[in-house]
Design a protein around this ligand. Structure first.
Ligand SMILES: [Zn+2]
Length: 62
């Protein structure tokens, strides 16, 4: 389920690793995940977890 970049509306966005205290703790608590757009090279915080953290984790039903 590819997300669309909120900046360029492109589909070249993908999950990236968390960096720094804010992303690891603050955004994590708020339910946001970092995404990177390869098209406009912009990082965005989205509420979509994506498929980066699917190692041993079960997908939660919504
Ligand atoms: Zn973009």
């Amino acid at each position: 389920m590819p997300e669309l970049c909120p900046h360029c509306k492109g589909a070249g966005i993908r999950r990236t690793a968390r960096h720094g205290f804010a992303e690891r703790f603050v955004y994590s608590l708020l339910g946001f995940f970092p995404w990177w757009c390869s098209k406009c090279r912009t990082r965005s915080m989205l509420r979509d977890r994506g498929s980066l953290s699917d190692r041993g984790r079960q997908r939660q039903a919504t």
